[in-house]
Design a protein around this ligand. Structure first.
Ligand SMILES: [Ca+2]
Ligand SMILES: [Ca+2]
Length: 341
């Protein structure tokens, strides 16, 4: 018997086995490399987009337009990568809800979702953790958490969500997650109000107008928050017209004793009526403030006089200040009990 042929065959099989192992290892390495490159590319586009955005808000008008058009091209190509790729937020949070009452119809008009820490930390403490890396993710998570919790709490009124215009690139893309969350939780889109909250000056008014136009096209309602304070004023109103103006608490505080504030609020009301915009008076703390604003014809109110924000639950409002004709349901997640209050 010729063993040399058998030996050759064994050597040949061994060679192929090694070859297979080598190819499998090579494939694995290539897959790892591809994975790594994808993550690297995502991180790069995110940084690049942020870089352009931040530059555009600082540069001269001509440069800004050029950079904005670059941003537009990039975002068209990559969509909402910054929201969807695996960015770790680095912290978790939840929501409290504060009601907005409608005194004409004697019902809860809306519940505003307000950011809170899991240990009931203030919104300020949570917001201090936001940076350029997690801004988009945080904005998206705010919307999803607000919709999910509101649905779980059986909110039948409107749901008001605060958002940061500078955290939105392409409004239609950034809305996808919100629409998905609303559909999954059977929460009607037309019952969602987006409050435009701006602690800094909005760097690009045309961008803001695009956002509001897209939100309204998708059946969402919009509001200018803290109207009359900071950068939230007539300039913003001249750029776009929301469904609601929320009068800042600086304007409503002790308005019953302040004729100047009364004149200003009457003027705002006149403008709002002309434009078909409803007013919500925020920060109501006393019956005198409420009575004065009621006399002006305002019917939507929010403030400690009615209820403070309730952590992961819907606040009960004392019948002394708000005799609800149609009692509303309140649901306390912590106690897992449904109350009729
Ligand atoms: Ca707000
Ligand atoms: Ca506000």
């Amino acid at each position: 018997m010729d063993f040399s042929n058998v030996k050759k065959k064994i050597e040949c099989c061994e060679f192929f086995r090694r070859g297979e192992k080598y190819i499998a290892k090579l494939n694995q390495n290539l897959a790892n490399l591809f994975n790594y490159m994808s993550k690297l590319f995502c991180a790069f586009e995110h940084k690049y987009r942020l870089g352009i955005f931040l530059q555009s808000s600082k540069s001269s008008k001509g440069t800004k337009m050029q950079l904005n058009s670059q941003t537009q091209k990039i975002t068209t190509q990559i969509g909402c990568a910054a929201c969807s790729y695996e960015t770790a937020l680095g912290f978790d949070f939840t929501m409290a809800f504060q009601p907005i009452v409608d005194l004409d119809n004697n019902e809860i008009f809306a519940q505003e979702a307000l950011v809170r820490g899991l240990g009931r930390q203030s919104a300020g403490e949570i917001i201090s953790k936001i940076n350029n890396e997690n801004l988009y993710k945080f904005d998206q998570m705010c919307r999803v958490k607000a919709v999910r919790l509101a649905s779980k709490l059986n909110v039948k009124s409107h749901l008001s969500i605060n958002f940061l215009p500078n955290a939105v690139y392409r409004p239609e893309n950034c809305l996808r997650t919100t629409i998905k969350a609303a559909n999954e939780n059977n929460f009607p889109l037309e019952k969602i109000i987006f409050e435009i909250t701006e602690v800094e000056k909005v760097s690009d008014n045309s961008h803001l107008k695009n956002i509001v136009t897209e939100y309204q096209r998708q059946s969402f309602k919009t509001a200018i928050d803290d109207f009359g304070a900071g950068y939230s004023g007539l300039n913003l109103l001249s750029v776009f017209q929301p469904d609601y103006l929320k009068l800042d608490m600086e304007l409503t505080r002790a308005i019953n004793t302040n004729p100047v504030k009364q004149s200003i609020v009457k003027g705002i009301l006149h403008v709002a009526r002309d434009l078909g915009i409803a007013i919500i008076a925020e920060g109501i703390e006393t019956k005198d403030e409420l009575d004065t604003l009621r006399e002006f014809g305002i019917n939507l109110f929010q403030g400690y006089y009615f209820a403070k924000p309730a952590f992961e639950s819907l606040a009960e409002i004392s019948p002394d200040v708000f005799p609800l004709a149609n009692q509303t349901e309140t649901f306390d997640l912590e106690n897992e009990m449904l109350c009729v209050g």
